[in-house]
Structures are given as C-alpha cells and as structure tokens.
Design a protein. Sequence first.
Length: 533
Amino acid sequence: MVLQQEEVPIRNGYDVGIGVAMASGSPMALGAVGAVTPPQIGTGGSGSFVFRRIETTQELEDELGVGADVSAGIGLFSGSASFNFSKKCKIQSSSLTVLVSAVKRFAFQQMDSPSLSEPAAKLVERGKPLSEQFGEYFVRGISTGGRFFGVVRIDTKSVQSKTELNAALEGSYGVAVTAEVKTRIAQAMAQAEARAEAFILHDGGSITTHPRSGDPVELVKQLYQAMDEWSASVRQDAKAYTVTLAPYVIALGPTPPNLADIEKQRRVLIRCANLRSRAIDMLNLVEYILDFRHTNEFEIVPGGPDLPALQAALVSDLDIIEEAASFAIENLKEARDPEVFMRDIRGVPGFRLTTLPANMPKQKQAVLPTSITLTATNSPPHREVQFLDVPDSFQVTAKLTVNLPKPSDIIIRDAGLALFAPAGAKFSGVGKLVDEDGRHVCLFSGTLGVGSGYRPIDWVGNEPIYLKMTVARGQVSSIGLSNDGEEFSNVPEVMELEALEGASPTRKLALFATSGTDMSVTANFSELKIVPL
C-alpha cells in the first residue's frame, strides 16, 4: 500500500511544513517548504447539527477522527483530547448513547507545490531515511473553523426502557437537529425512566453552558443551549481543527525504503487500537454493573463471573495493548499483535486477551403487574382501558378470564388486548366477545370512542383463553390462541387487520373491557408477559 494524503485532527506543534511521525503522530522537524496559498474561504459543511446513536467507543472515536478506521493508523497511541473525551463518555451496551455533532469549515490553506526543506534534502543526499528526523508525513494544509460534539449517555433501568426510548428517538437518527427534532428528543427524555449524563468537546467557538443537570429534560435543554452558543460564536472564534498530512513523495522526496515494514506496523497499530476500544467497552460495562447505583438493575446469574476479577483482567489487557503498541512504535520490524507480543516477546505461552463470559449478568426486564383486572359498566365511556408502554417490536402473551353475560338485545360486550396508535386513536387486536348470537373469539379493529368492527374466529376452547400477539415495527404481524399457554395456534385472519397509521414509536398496548348495558364486564389479564423482539 502506498502512503496517501490523510486528514487528521490538529495537535500541538503542527504547522504547515512540519514533519509528522506516522506511528506516534508526533511533530518532527520542518520537512517541507513552499508557498502557502491564501486561505480558501468556504462553508465546508452547513454547520447544522446531526443526531445519531452511538453504540461503541470505536464508533465515537471514528466520529472524532481518532478511530482506527478513519485515522490511517496515525498517532493512535499518542494521546489526544479527542481520545480522552471518548474514554470519559464511558459507552457500554446496557445504556443508550446518542451524539449531536456539527462541523463548520471557514477556510483552508495549503502548500500547492511543496518541496523538501533544505535539511531534509541534504539528509536524502546522504542516503539517510527521512523518518528519523522528519517522519513519514508533513503537514500540507490546515482547515480553520470548528467542530462540536455533544454526547448524552442515557442509563435506563431495564431492557424495555432502553428499547422504548430508542424507538421514540429512532425517527430522529441521522437527520438535522431542527426545532421539531429537539421537541421530539425532549419528549422522549421526559417519558424515559432513566438518568443521563452529557459530555461536550468543541474546537472553535465558545460556550458558557455546561449540561450538568440531574433532570434528563433539563440536561437536554442545557445541551441545546450549548449548541446555540457554539453556533453563534464559531465564526468569530474559528480555530485550526484538522490538518492534511501528505507523504514526502508529494514534496519530491523518496519513497520510504522500508514501506512494507511501515505497512505492517500500521496494521498492528490499527489492530491494537480496535482491541483497545473493545476492551474499554467491556470494562465500562463491568464497572457499570459494579456501580452501586446500577447493580440492582441486573440479574446476577448463579455461578456467574467474578466481576472484580474480570475488571482487573480487562485493566491488565489495556496495559498489555498499550505495551504492544509502544513496542511496535519503537521496533518497526518486530511489530506484533498484543497476543503474539505476549507469547513471543514477553514469554507468556498461550496468552489470550480477556473476553466477556456467556453468563454475564443481564439487564432486568421491566416489572409488569402479575395481574390486571378491568371492570366496565354502561356508565360512559362504557369501556375500561389500561395502556402499557411497549417497544417498536415485541410479543405479548396473557391469560384472559372474563365474564360475558349474553345480552337480550344487540348490545355487544367484549374484552381483550390490542395494539393502539394514539394518532387517530386506531387499534387492532384480539379478544372475546358476546353478542345476540353467542360468545366468540374475535379479531378487533376500529377507532377508540367511535366504534369497532370484529371478525369471529373459528375457535373451540375452554375458559380461560390464552392470547398471544406479535408486533413487528409497529404493526400486528401474528396472533395465536391457546388453551394451556404452551401450544398456540396461529390465526390466519390476522392478515385482514387494518394497518395502523402514524409513527410506530407512539404505539401502546391496550388491555380493554367493554359493556353497553347495566351488566358489568370484568376481565382479568394474568400471566402477562411482554418480550422485546
């Protein structure tokens, strides 16, 4: 692989023409000279904030420009404000982490026709490699403007809470943060059973508001205020924030004689950086579980791992990865991946980095009522409904026990469960009904407060009945019936249910009982289970 021009975050000591060591990212001696073009003025990005979900430390590092996959292996182990910021955010799998970011480029200047500096040229004349004094790259150009990164880590108390919050935010991922998106995010945070922390990193601009509130809604408002402050000040307070690094062949210098060794070293450093990011994520999760504020949110498996020992092993792994990277930087030809480094160089046979065991504590499911009883009479609104929050895709099962006296007229009494769309008050579901013709198991669909249609199902069973409904991306996808709660028969007529309109994150699970006469209907929903899919 030929060395190519790369763009990386600026570091102290970088300036146009300064040499840069690939492995460490350190500034070296002045390696190239040439006329610098006047700053090219431009927008280089709208400056609009984009909202997205971040699931791993590596994803955040990539967004910051210091990840193994975007930095071309340059300076991965030299430390930087961006890397320290990513560690401080403590991303791990049981929490939901979101990022708002913006980049604004106002000017770019570079050497259009660079050549080797006099000391670098003399070194080449003597047949010496440039890398020892001048590195493998030089700074060819500098971008001026600013960057803003705001990370919110939301610590939810259960799997359902995380799933529901993600569903509520999902429609805002990947889009510009408009006033409407801000409102949706704030509403989702208000409904979440969670605590949140916010972290900000910015180049250029100035902010005076730092999100520190313990109230998730207020925290988000503080983040919005910081975003507004940065947007209003970044043009007047622009900073150099990225540089373009070019190999010396562009300055008419020689190709490094040890290019194969350089590429091997680069691959090892990239591998070390990826392993470091993964180990940080695992360590963050273990420390989160050990935190007394969160321990009760997890199901501890009997015979599960010794978490303090696992924590110590991961800390040791991070030291080993750093040691292997340092060895690779200082010993170009001997660069090795961490496990091979430990076996070959440190003499530890069979060494393996730590992985999380399969019996790690799992985040608890939300606690549902073991039984819900609804009683409906002919007093308006004639229907008793209990709404439950649900994720975008889930499966619900319930044992329905209901008294349904047969009416003497055409009045209908019913009870069951349904998927409800607040936008338009539409619902679709399954349950039991009695009309002047007798008792039926039925599919229901209609509009709450207006009326419903029903379709009887050919089902022979005992009282009570077990109901199962599967929802995929906000639509009922299957319905099953059972006498014992073990073996369910699918209802083919489910395909005839009307699709619900509106955004799927707003769906609710509705348990209902209806009566239109002076005879009450009592429905008991027991053995209730909701499983996210």
